[in-house]
Design a protein around this ligand. Structure first.
Ligand code: PGA
Length: 253
């Protein structure tokens, strides 16, 4: 069975002080949760302090980006090795904001995924179409090409722990969520592509939905068979909202 994942992408929000305070609020709200993998992705500077706070808790830490080289003269960059050394085990790769504002391409995404896996850092690999692409009927082609290029060269065993996040760009930060049916359609499509490449491994891959996930829409999303969790932006910044999302309700819980 696929253990659900609820991951909070803090983007460029929260100082070290705010980040540490957030964890002290969240930990009590979710201390009983055992059946969901909880991940927070603070800005780089807050990673190490947050790692100290979550020691022995049911909360794991992700970065929001990474560079593919191990070390070297790459001013401003952070390597997979550095993230692991700081106690961070996951990294968001290929978020649409990185693609849009920082010239991230499928090729650089692929290099980052490959380097992360090589070092033992688990990628949360993001894909998603723009509104223009959706309206012109190109969604499936775009998603297929992002998945195939992003994961190019990976073996089934590399793929074992990789998490995928489907985030339609038009739903990010806009308050417009894809309906659970729209999301499920794409999630099932993504799983089909993964099956074609990685065979049985695909049944174990967690595919998260992202884009305006809130306490009031998480329950219906989590009912869908191929939605294995959520990558949450805005609503992950408030401990109460994030905790409610983590405690989503389905018939099984
Ligand atoms: P949002 O962001 O929840 O604020 O729409 C999601 C994301 O960008 O990961």
């Amino acid at each position: 069975m696929r253990k659900p994942v609820i991951a909070g992408n803090w983007k460029m929000y929260k100082t070290v002080f705010d980040a540490v305070r957030f964890i002290s609020e969240l930990k009590d709200l979710v201390s009983n949760v055992k059946d969901v993998q909880i991940i927070v992705a603070p800005p780089f500077l807050a990673i190490y302090p947050v790692v100290q706070e979550v020691k022995d808790l049911n909360i794991l830490v992700s970065a929001q980006d990474v560079f593919w080289e191990e070390e070297g003269a790459y001013t401003g960059e952070i390597s997979p090795k550095m993230l692991l050394d700081a106690g961070c085990n996951y990294v968001i790769i290929g978020h649409s904001e990185r693609r849009q504002y920082f010239q991230e391409t499928d090729e650089t995404v692929n290099k980052k995924i490959t380097a992360s896996l090589h070092h033992g850092l688990i990628p949360i690999f993001c894909v998603g179409e723009s509104i223009q692409q959706r309206e012109s009927g190109k969604t499936l082609d775009i998603i297929e090409s992002q998945i195939k290029r992003g994961l190019s060269g990976l073996s089934a065993s590399d793929m074992k722990d990789v998490i995928i996040a489907y985030e339609p760009i038009w739903a990010i930060g806009t308050g417009k969520t894809a309906t659970s049916k729209q999301a499920e359609e794409i999630h099932a499509f993504i799983r089909g592509i993964l099956k074609g490449i990685f065979k049985d491994i695909a049944d174990n891959t967690r595919i998260l939905y992202g884009g305006s996930v809130k306490p009031d829409n998480i329950d219906e999303l989590m009912v869908e068979p191929n939605i294995d969790g959520a990558l949450v932006g805005g609503a992950s910044l408030k401990a109460e909202d994030f905790a409610r999302i983590i405690k989503f309700k389905t018939k099984l819980r």
